[in-house]
Structure formats: structure tokens, C-alpha cells
Design a protein around this ligand. Sequence first.
Ligand SMILES: [Mg+2]
Length: 446
Amino acid sequence: MNRRDWLRNSALAGGAAGLPALFATGLGAAAPASATGKLSPLKITNVRAILTAPADVRLVVVKVETNEPGLYGLGCATFTQRPRVVETAVEKYLKPFLIGKDPLQIEDLWQSSFLSSYWRNGPVLGNALSGVDMACWDILGKRAGMPVYQLFGGKCRKAVDTYRHATGETFEDVEKAARGFMARGLRHVRVQVAIPGLAAYPTKFLKPEDAKANDRTYLWEARKYVRTVPKLFEHLRKQLGDDVELLHDMHERVPPNLAIQLAKDLEPYNLFFFEDPFSPENVGYFGKLREQTSTPIAMGELFSNPNEYVPLISQRLIDFIRIHVSQIGGLTPARKVAALCEFFGVRTAWHGPSDLSPVGHAANLHLDLSIPNFGIQEARDFTQAELDVFPGSPELKDGYYWANDKPGLGIDLDEKLAAKFPINDDPPFDFHWGNLRGRDGTIMKP
Ligand SMILES: [Mg+2]
């Protein structure tokens, strides 16, 4: 008898001689009593990765279908730089592992799926698992007739305060963009300015002549950037006053000692937070930063392994955790991160860029509503095409994200419409990552 046959026979035997019935549903044995009592047992019948790009950003959404007609869940699995490998992880590996199992056993599904590859963590497997995990929470909410935030303990606030990105080629451009957001009711604005001749983050306002189009290389000089940023904040505080909260993302782009200097130089401007002063490879510098400045620190969008973020939280070395929820595996682990942060006085600021599907934004929103130590949420406007493909997307009004009160995550996916926005594999979205270099050709962190 091979191992697979032994497992099957043991499961069918049940009880003390075989696998407990809880774990046997995928092997053909009788399903356990449903967690919802009188309702009939649920089984996963299909798991699909759906790729779409309604805003020209490659999104991956996972749909988990069940044996109850019309009952399915959606989850975000977007790793926009590598969507095809996430698709493979979902379709070829998680799907056969999950079919037949109870989608309401969310914690066990997460733990067993996490271990099912033996090698674990990382953005590919994390996002694939997140797609399933969020979808199962969505299914649980739909079955219970409650929004996911209610399953998490209910609302701690009426809506979720957000920040937006004000960028520009000059200080005046940034000021104008910030005023535009303030006029829309935003109380928090992230400010970034171009550096002439350099590919300052974000690169969308980089002039074509500044990029060497032939070899797609972008130029970067850390010292010039570090000299410019305090002058930007000096201008903005003079023009905008003290009431608006200002944020800045350094995007791990300068040597650690220069990052410490910049955090100190920005102290007079009273930032809401200063993001990603170090790369994940340099987290050992956080202790030295903390000793030298009171500027609030946010970190974590690139983290995927708990060993990267648990020490920063437990040693109180950061003020805001910036984890990309789908990267670490979805709502199940993110809730634990939030609880850990609560005990150490760290607040949340989940990553919320355009390369996160509206389903991922909805998941962030339900988490934000239900945790006491919520800090701020990075937000964006959805395009009309996204709103059409994803009915029920979070509503941005008066600077807040508002949840609808529909069961589950409150968001749906129009698959027929999504198919009209196929993802573009060529040219790749991420062409500028890995092409940022110094004048001598040295590669730089993105
Ligand atoms: Mg960032």
C-alpha cells in the first residue's frame, strides 16, 4: 500500500485508527458538522485565479467556489510584477490541495496550505494563499449574513481615514496637488517631488529625456535627494500650515546613515510618518535610528517572513506597520500582526497602492474597521472600468474609505467584463525595477 492509499483508507476508517474527521473531508470521508450548526456542510469545489487589468495594472484575484449554489468567495492575490507564477501556484498547487475541504475551517486551511509546499513564505506563495484566505472569509461572511468586519468583532470606527499621494516636478506642483486633496477632505497627504535629472520615486513624472531609453536605465543619486527633501517640507509647511498631516516615502533608496540624517532633518516639519528608511536587508539599523530621532517611522511593504517584522514590532522600533496584506498570506496572518502591534503600541498602515485589486482594498477596509490600533490607510480612486469590473469597491468620500454593509467583503467580480481587460505580459509592467543605477552604473535599490 502506498502512502496515498494508506491515508485514504485511514481517513475512511475515521476515529482513533485514522485521521480525525476534521481533516478527512478532502479524502472522501464524511464531512464534519458545519461550524454554522444547522446549515449543510460546505465543500470547496473549485479554486481559480482570475487575471485582469481594468486600469492597465495586472491584478490577480482568486475565486473559491463551493457546493452551495451561488456561494463563492473572492480574494486578492496580486503580485503585479510576477502574476503568472501566482496563477500557477493557485491553479496547479493550491486548487488540488483544497478541493473537497470545508472553506469555513479558515485557520486550519491557512496553516495546512502554508505547510503544503514544505518551503514557505515569499511573495508568490503568500499571494496565492492570500487569495484563498480572503475568499474563505468572504464565504464565511456571506454564509453568516454578516460583513467580514462584523466577524472580526465589529466596527471600532465609522470609516477608515486615508492618505493620498501628492507628487510634482516642483515644490509648487506638489503644493497644488496637496491642496487638491485637502479640498476633497483629505487630512493626510504623502508628498514626493521630482529631482531634476534623477529618477526620484515615484518615477511617473520622470521626463522621457531623463531616462536613457535605449538601455532603459534610470539615474539615481541619494545625496542630492537627501538635500532636497527637507526644502520641500519647509516650503509645504510655510504654504499649507500645520493642520494637514504630511507623509513621505523614502523607498529604501539611500545608504542607512543618510536615511538617519534625513529623518533627523525632517523633525521640525512634524511628519505623520517617514516610510521605508531602510531596505528589508538593513533592518538592523532601526535601533540606531530610534535612538536619534522622534520622527515617526513606517516600514514593511516588502516583508513576507514573520522574522522580518516581529522583532521590529516587539522591540518598538517602528510606529506604523506597512505590510502588504496579500504578501504575507491574507487576512488570517494580518489579524495576528495587528494584534501583536496592539500590545507594543504600533499602529497599522497597510500598503494600499494601485497594484492591489479592489478586493484587496476591501479586505484592508474590513481589517481597518475592526482593529483598535488602526493608524491610517493608503487609498486611491478606482477607475470607472475597475468599478464596473468590481461592483462594491470601497467608496472614498471626505477622505474616508466607507464599507458597504453587504455580507462578506461586500465586493463582487464581473468575470465577463474582467475578460475584456486581459493582462499585458509584454512589455512587462515592472521594466523600471532593476534598472535604477548610479552614474557609474552601480545598481540601486528600487
Ligand atoms: Mg511605500
